[in-house]
Design a protein around this ligand. Structure first.
Ligand SMILES: Cc1cc2nc3c(=O)[nH]c(=O)nc-3n(C[C@H](O)[C@H](O)[C@H](O)COP(=O)(O)OP(=O)(O)OC[C@H]3O[C@@H](n4cnc5c(N)ncnc54)[C@H](O)[C@@H]3O)c2cc1C
Length: 278
């Protein structure tokens, strides 16, 4: 940070985007600072502190559940609105972030901005079919979360644009969901595998399922084979098909030393979720 000369604290989105758009001032956007506080690039001249932006609101809208990018893990974990959505699975996931100190500062926008295998929200938001809203000078766009990672955006969040919020579709409110972070300790950031499991159950039958996998690749992926195996089954029948998740893991780059262990753990976690749907 030897070149850092200026800190700006914009209190509206336009001012933040203007500061970020001034490429000559070599700006860097900082939210909670938990991930990048210690690693701000040495070239950075201007720190654009996002904390004063009015982007932390959590509310329901006609589109679904809207979560501002600056909402912290702690605010999400303790939000009554979030507790009432999809069985409160986002609260459960926020609580799995390693320590209260980090949860107080870390934001959901910062959690999804950069691909990181161990971050809790990307696989869960993928499983919930979330959309993100991104803004840059004069433009605001909403698109599926995967667009942040698959090149659709064509911009680097925090450098060329800002994530302003996350929207969970209205249809996700009644889903049955579970979030599992299988790690060495409860306070570990790293995990062996992370699973976000969501299912729509009607009249005792699984109508649809979406399973997000984290920790095994930089960006989260869905498990379409397992989802297809569960769909149309009763929880009792589906429990016997949880091993289908191994088929989804087979296509991933996992160390040969741990692949069988991870397949077994993943199937056990999925089976436990499916049984809970009965
Ligand atoms: C000790 C420790 C333990 C941790 N444990 C966990 C854990 O268990 N689970 C977990 O998921 N994470 C964990 N983390 C990682 C980190 O806390 C999260 O990734 C956090 O959500 C980052 O958010 P932030 O607001 O602090 O981001 P920052 O550090 O402020 O920023 C991170 C990056 O995102 C960009 N950015 C931030 N906000 C936006 C935005 N609105 N739009 C565009 N770009 C943006 C910044 O420019 C920067 O490049 C841990 C971190 C530490 C230091």
């Amino acid at each position: 940070m030897n070149n850092l000369r200026k800190c700006v604290f914009p209190d509206n989105l336009n001012a933040a985007l203007t500061a970020l758009g001034d490429r000559k001032s070599l700006p860097f956007a900082l939210a909670g600072g938990t991930l990048s506080g210690k690693n701000i690039g040495p070239e950075t001249v201007t720190l654009v502190d996002l904390k004063r932006l009015p982007l932390a609101a959590i509310k329901t809208t006609a589109a679904g559940l809207s979560i501002g990018a600056l909402a912290t893990f702690d605010e999400i974990e303790n939000s009554r609105v979030v507790k009432g959505w999809a069985g409160g699975v986002l609260c459960a996931a926020a609580a799995k972030c390693s320590s209260q100190l980090v949860r107080n500062m870390a934001t959901i926008g910062g959690n999804i901005a950069r691909p990181n295998a161990f971050n809790v929200f990307p696989p869960l938001l993928l499983a919930l079919d979330a959309k993100v809203t991104v803004a840059w000078k004069g433009v605001a766009k909403t698109f599926p979360l995967a667009g942040l990672y698959d090149g659709t955006l064509k911009k680097i969040p925090g450098r060329d644009c800002l994530i302003t919020g996350i929207i969970l579709p209205a249809a996700s409110k009644g889903l049955k969901c579970a979030f599992e972070k299988f790690a060495r300790t409860e306070s570990s950031w790293e995990s062996y595998i992370t699973l976000a499991m969501c299912a729509e159950v009607k009249k005792g039958v699984i109508k649809s399922a979406r399973i997000g996998i984290g920790a095994l690749s930089a960006v989260p992926v869905l498990a379409p084979k397992a989802a297809a195996a569960l769909t149309g089954e009763t929880p009792g029948e589906a429990a016997g098909k949880a091993a289908a998740l191994a088929g989804d893991l087979a296509g991933m780059r996992i160390s040969p030393k741990s692949v069988e262990f991870k397949k077994e753990v993943a199937a056990a976690l999925l089976r436990r979720f499916v049984v809970s749907l009965a």
